[in-house]
Design a protein around this ligand. Structure first.
Ligand code: FMN
Length: 188
């Protein structure tokens, strides 16, 4: 079940560097692309950096709407992630082609991708220079959610291996988020 995540703790959804799906909507069109270059930038209000290349159709929708969502996919969706990252919504309706279920965001028009394990609804903090120079968008999360069987008490705790998140290597190769270990700083 999708449950809200405290915004001040929402950085924890992305702290371990998972691949994301970036969605945006504008002018009656919506689209989803894969993005590995996503990172937390601040705690509260929570900000993130997202690289959206100038060629991507998603970028047009982000620029037109000033909004995007980040959906965090899992191992069960690896083929979908690869497909969304190697085709363009400029040429096809990805939702129809890949059988995506997209649900409206609660605070933004950009949709959330069902079947993922975490979601962030974000507004762009306009930074025209870095957007143009580095394809980097600074966004502020205005709502955050997680699948409760995978994220509990502010931490990822995957109930099933299929829920584990993904880390992109290159060319269709991924790592899956692994074993959790807890450091004991006083031991050293
Ligand atoms: C695993 C993976 C990660 C990717 N990460 C990024 C990224 O961080 N930023 C980016 O601009 N493109 C990234 N891409 C490429 C875009 O997803 C790709 O260009 C996509 O076709 C754009 O789709 P669109 O034209 O429908 O927006 C990635 C692709 C894959 C497969």
């Amino acid at each position: 079940m999708r449950v809200p995540v405290d915004l001040a703790k929402s950085y924890r959804l992305l702290n371990h560097g998972p691949v994301c799906l970036v969605s945006a909507a504008a002018g009656g069109r919506q689209n989803v692309m894969a993005a590995a270059w996503v990172m937390p930038l601040d705690f509260d209000p929570p900000k993130f950096g997202v690289v959206v290349a100038c060629e991507a159709f998603t970028r047009e929708l982000v620029e037109a709407s000033g909004e995007l969502t980040l959906s965090i996919p899992c191992r069960a969706q690896v083929d979908l992630v690869q497909a969304l990252g190697t085709t363009s919504g400029r040429d096809l309706d990805k939702a129809a082609r890949y059988g995506l279920t997209l649900t409206p965001g609660s605070r933004v028009a950009a949709p959330l991708v069902e079947g993922c394990v975490g979601w962030l609804e974000c507004r762009v903090v306009p930074e025209p220079h870095i957007e143009a120079a580095y394809d980097l968008f600074i966004v502020e999360a205005v709502a955050a959610f997680a699948e409760d069987s995978a994220f509990q008490n502010g931490r990822w705790a995957f109930a099933r291996d299929e829920q584990r998140t993904l880390h992109h290597v290159a060319g269709g190769s991924y790592f899956v988020t692994g074993e959790a270990v807890t450091a004991a700083p006083e031991r050293l």
